[in-house]
Design a protein around this ligand. Structure first.
Ligand code: ADP
Ligand code: MG
Length: 378
């Protein structure tokens, strides 16, 4: 993969495609981790005396029409604060003149042709600056103008420092010989994680399941799971996986009549009642041993409804055990990172990926278009 360290950017103009699609509610940025993640690349480019135009998508506006809710203007202010540097806001491509050292271009999704990977737009984006640096790992699974076409159209293009770090961590976790490798896959639905489970099961020594995925696997083994969230259509797939891989299901779970109910109880997986739902699972001594002995851990998906206090203990205990282990630990996924933020120090996980969908596709073993465009070979 072409990297920043392979090329000379000194005194050049650089278009930096970042993923600044941070969660915002009523104008307030809820989590600026994605902005923070691209700061090292910006700082590096500053040391090289570059003039930088930042590019990103934001939300899902309709192309061709302005929508103030999806404007990147408030993000320009925050980046400026984080860098302690003035950041100019530029509302249209035609106005990019590199007058200031750092500027931010308005949301690429306002541009007609962005989603369709339009050739004309890709040329415009790719030729805006002397170098096109792609650092938006979170959108590297999308074949769009700013994430794919522009990389091809640019005279010089390469990966930024964040992308480099992501690929290094994800490749280490999936391709290293450090054993045992433990994968933990939770979340609500088997269908969204089936390909991840299939791919991880090919090279993991052990898999611990969680959440709705556990429920489906328990049902596939013939246990009564009451009214628990599960997917009937995935039972056959679950049985096949159980036959092929070393999948560890919990021995005790937390059940309640409903997600909002105040009462709940811990019970063995044999004694779930018809009217009950499994909403969390207990991290038993077997799981703790697997985590403590692992040399590598890949974690995606909370193992219970961690958003509710009553059902958060399993995910909290799991996070703490991973944090305490000496394994190289890799975590990814929107809710997974939220749980990490709530329950432990992010720094106690070896690497937290900034990609939700892109992280999952990498774990599925899929080719990510932006990475391929940058010369990455799996
Ligand atoms: P990620 O974003 O980390 O990939 P997912 O989106 O797949 O994770 O799943 C997270 C969601 O799964 C959480 O909102 C959580 O409440 C839900 N969940 C976990 N366990 C259960 C369960 N037993 N029943 C219903 N929902 C669950
Ligand atoms: Mg999610």
């Amino acid at each position: 993969m072409r990297k920043l360290s392979d090329i000379s950017v000194k005194n050049k103009t650089v278009a930096l495609r970042a993923d600044l699609n941070v969660p915002v509610k009523e104008g307030i940025i809820l989590d600026d981790a994605r902005i923070e993640a691209v700061i090292p690349t910006v700082k590096y480019l500053l040391t090289q005396n570059c003039k930088i135009i930042l590019i990103s998508h934001f939300g899902r506006p309709k192309a061709g029409t302005f929508d103030s809710e999806a404007s990147l203007q408030p993000i320009a202010i925050r980046i400026g604060e984080m860098l302690n540097h003035e950041v100019d806001f530029i509302s249209a491509i035609e106005e990019v003149k590199f007058k200031s050292t750092i500027s931010l271009l308005e949301n690429t999704r306002f541009l007609i042709g962005e989603l369709e990977n339009n050739e004309e737009l890709s040329k415009n984006l790719g030729s805006m600056a002397e170098v096109y640096v792609f650092d938006a790992f979170g959108t590297s699974h999308r074949e769009q103008a700013s994430t794919f076409g522009a990389i091809h159209q640019a005279n010089v293009s390469c990966a930024g420092l964040l992308l480099e770090a992501e690929i290094e961590a994800l490749t280490k976790a999936t391709h290293s010989n450090d054993r045992p490798l433990l994968s933990i896959v939770g979340g609500s639905k088997v269908s969204t994680k089936l390909e991840v489970l299939k791919n991880l099961s090919q090279f993991s020594d052990h898999i611990i399941t969680g959440g709705g995925i556990t429920n489906t696997f328990l049902k596939a083994q013939g246990f009564n799971i009451g009214k628990s969230l599960h997917e009937e259509s995935m039972l056959d797939e679950a049985r096949q996986l159980l036959g092929k891989s070393s999948i560890h299901l919990p021995s005790k779970v937390v059940v309640a009549p409903s997600i909002d109910s105040l009462e709940h109880r811990i019970c063995s997986i044999e004694s779930v009642q018809d009217h009950e739902m499994i909403l969390d699972q207990c991290i038993d001594s077997d799981s703790l041993e697997l985590i403590a002995n692992a040399k590598q851990i890949i974690w995606n998906g909370p193992i219970g409804v961690f958003e509710k206090d009553n059902f958060s203990e399993g995910t909290r205990d799991l996070a703490k055990a991973i944090a305490a282990s000496s394994a190289f630990s890799l975590a990814g996924g929107g809710e997974t990172l939220l749980a990490i933020k709530l329950f432990i120090n992010k720094g106690d996980i070896s690497y937290c990926s900034t990609g939700g969908g892109a992280f999952l596709e990498f774990m599925e073993g899929k080719e990510l278009p932006s990475l391929t465009a940058l010369g990455f070979i799996k």
